[in-house]
Design a protein around this ligand. Sequence first.
Ligand code: AHR
Length: 511
Amino acid sequence: MKKLVVFFIALTVFTGLHAQNSIVLQPNKAQTVINKNIYGHFSEHLGTCIYGGIYVGTDSKIPNIDGYRTDVVNALKEMKIPVLRWPGGCFADTYHWKDGIGPKENRPSIVNVHWGGVTEDNSFGTHEFLNFCELIGTEPYLSINVGSGTVQEAAEWVEYVSSSNESPMTELRKKNGREDPWDVKFWGIGNETWGCGGDMRPEYYADVYRHFAGYVRGNNLQKIAVGPSSSDYNWTEKMMIGLQDKKQLVQALSLHHYTLPTNSWVGSKGSSTDFGEDMYFATLKNTLVIEEFIEKHLAIMDKYDPEKKISLAVDEWGTWYDPLPGTNPGFLQQQNTLRDALVAGTNLNIFNNHADRISMGNIAQVINVLQSVILTKEDKMVLTPTYYVFKMYNVHQDAKLVPLSLVCNDYEFKGDKVPAVNASSSIKDGVLSITLCNLNPNKTETVECSLDAKEYKVVGGKIINAKNLADYNDYGQAEKVNMQDFTVAKPKNGKLSIELPAHSVVLVQLQ
Ligand code: AHR
């Protein structure tokens, strides 16, 4: 079979067939399960992500369930959100969880020093977050304060949340109205400890991690250590060396990579809505590079962990543009266009294709901040193009990854190029799903698929596209970018042929 695949690829390359793009799928070799948590999200006390976005309080005129926006609850359930990280981000390392429990009128206010210097009244705390997760059917992922917190504070939080022992912490939880523990598996020990979480060196943080992790106790907890930013391979290497003899304390290393069109944290990052093909092309390049980062970090991890016990959790990713004009710059509010849908689809295809080592992904942030799936303004809500990508791709959650080889045209721009098409595929309950992105904004790309059209019939198809790359959905207006039925997949010469319109994200399902 392997020889056949190589022959097919060679044939397509040498006969020039690749000008139409070709994809070889091996459903009979599907083994690795795509962890549904790759489709996770991130909620932070930043701008209007929590207050206004998720939580409006029980006295609000906005329809709500125990203070949580009804429209948001329904939209997130519909999208299928498997895991949600909280409370930050940089915010997490200023957060003292005991400020956010007990009667709201007794909770102290703090200043949100990282995000706009606004007052945080702590009315949304541990109970409010964990109950929200139960309401929308998602697994919580809590981020422990390492930067300004103590080991005791961390140990008590775990006890308060997850223990069924009799102890001062569980008594306190019961006094605050929650008899049974919540089921919290995922615990992040610090956030960006190389930056806003303490400006540490990896050698030092590895020891701090060991110290905290030893006191974060419970059954089957998944502890996640702060990993690198983008291409910081030194951080990964030093962390793996520092944890080598204590691997049982760490189940995953995180990776953060944001897509900045300008590729620079200094100066303007570019507008989220007003961009030309140059900025679009740069955005794609700075997205696609994550595959190289992932592979290089994994190679370093494998050197120190050949049994591959420690996985990679991409627990912050997404686009980062200039804040919308007229908004608080500390709130990181941006629009979300068709360009963002292509970024999301591409990242998720890459994560799926590395599902043997990637255990989680958390796009930043779920509502009203950076590459959000939902935007809200007072009582109004819009679903962004990125929302529809997560909805389309949810077929991959916990499905088996189908090995795939893709030979495709380049999308060329001003002497530079990126692969025009990217894809991933999975199989679940006998249905084979292929998700594809055509990044070329100027040309339809037709992909010939190796599967025999007599053996596989098209049973479903969806597409996300719009007239313009910069199209987005706005409050009170008809959606310009959403998910539609897709039918341009048909048999050709006995094989399946898929026509991908310019700048589109497509799902094809076969049985
Ligand atoms: O997502 C915004 C910020 O980006 C997060 O708080 C932080 O972890 C990262 O630097």
